[in-house]
Design a protein around this ligand. Structure first.
Ligand code: LMR
Length: 340
């Protein structure tokens, strides 16, 4: 093989060794006939808090730029899934992403995994305090370490547990294989409850539930409903044990390549779309619960206060382990922000 081809040979084989499909080489944002197209990938359907907020972002950008900037949205893992989207961003194969906050842990930002701590947030107000305050800004700025620009936070909502049985107390979790997103905090949470965590891409979850590869999972109801997980899970328990939110990020080189006027336009449209998304997220989850009840496929259980307390006590150790990994300073800043 000629040395000229050696680098791409190496890259392809490294990707294969990592189990990642070959990705196109780094490319500048797509520009044709003076039109810039921003490629944005995500893993949920359009009819979810994230899908709707990003659609609004697209509409605002395209209207305000009179079509000079387009946003091509690849939803529902149609282009990249959890396993390869971060790498696609790093390589310039995609321009923007909105992964869940917990998924930043595996690429070198373990502090983001704090958002996945069980029973951390009690209200939407506390979530806004953390995301919109100094701690949130610090977290977004830290993404520069990996040549990303952190552009903002977006809510989905509170997660609940599902399986083919009620999951009201730790006894109910014993021996279950529970799908988790790629987060050590969430995996530890499942182990602390007596379950076995199975790390799977979001896009593979429904199939894994249907085939029995895993027994259950956790997600906000908007994700549960729009992935049609209710067809393959007989029981949903309204544990409200954790939060799912997102950070919208761009690659630094892509962001820097936008002319200043367009960058401001895109940033302003995103700010508005995320603020709007955060106002509709709860309603989307409430509507999904109504639709789920009406479908009558899945029994819905409400833990009482003492059952919820037993779950909370069982997962206390997850906090200590994360604190050892990210240091007491982050955890103190987080607690101060929650109660500010
Ligand atoms: C999950 O993997 O469960 C979620 O992060 C998916 C999403 O983006 O809402």
């Amino acid at each position: 093989m000629s040395p000229r081809f050696a680098p791409s040979f190496t890259r392809r084989h490294v990707l294969q060794a990592l189990g990642v499909a070959a990705l196109p080489a780094a490319q500048p944002p797509v520009r044709a006939a003076g039109v810039v197209t921003i490629r944005l990938s995500h893993v949920v359907t359009q009819q979810t808090p994230k899908g709707l907020a990003l659609q609004r972002f697209k509409d605002l950008v395209e209207q305000r730029s009179a079509g000079a900037v387009r946003v091509a949205i690849y939803a529902n893992s149609s282009l990249y899934g959890d396993a390869d989207e971060m790498q696609a961003l790093q390589m310039g194969a995609i321009d923007m992403l909105a992964p869940s906050l917990s998924k930043f842990g595996r690429i070198g930002f373990p502090e983001f995994e704090a958002f996945g701590l069980p029973f951390l947030f009690e209200s939407a107000t506390q979530i806004r305090k953390v995301c919109d305050g100094a701690l949130g800004n610090r977290l977004l700025a830290s993404l520069g370490r990996q040549r990303m620009v952190g552009l903002g936070f977006l809510d989905n909502g509170f997660k609940h547990m599902s399986a083919n049985r009620p999951l009201l107390t730790p006894d109910d979790y014993r021996g279950l294989r529970m799908r988790v997103q790629d987060s050590r905090v969430i995996a530890h949470q499942m182990r602390a409850l007596g379950a076995q965590p199975v790390n799977l891409s979001f896009g593979e979850t429904r199939r894994a539930l249907a085939s029995g590869v895993v027994d259950g999972t956790e997600n906000p109801i908007s994700n549960f409903w729009t992935q049609r997980m209710h067809e393959v899970q007989t029981d949903l328990t309204l544990t409200q044990h954790g939060y799912l939110g997102y950070a919208v990020v761009a690659h630094r080189d892509f962001w820097g390549s936008l002319p200043a006027g367009q960058r401001t336009l895109v940033q302003e449209a995103l700010r508005e779309a995320l603020a709007w998304g955060n106002t509709i997220a709860q309603q989307e989850n409430d509507d999904a619960l109504v639709a789920l009840r009406a479908s009558r496929t899945t029994r819905i259980h409400q833990p009482d206060a003492s059952q919820r307390e037993r779950l909370r006590l069982a997962v206390g150790e997850v906090y200590d382990t994360l604190e050892k990994r990210i240091g007491g300073e982050w955890m103190r800043a987080l607690r101060a922000s929650l109660h500010s």
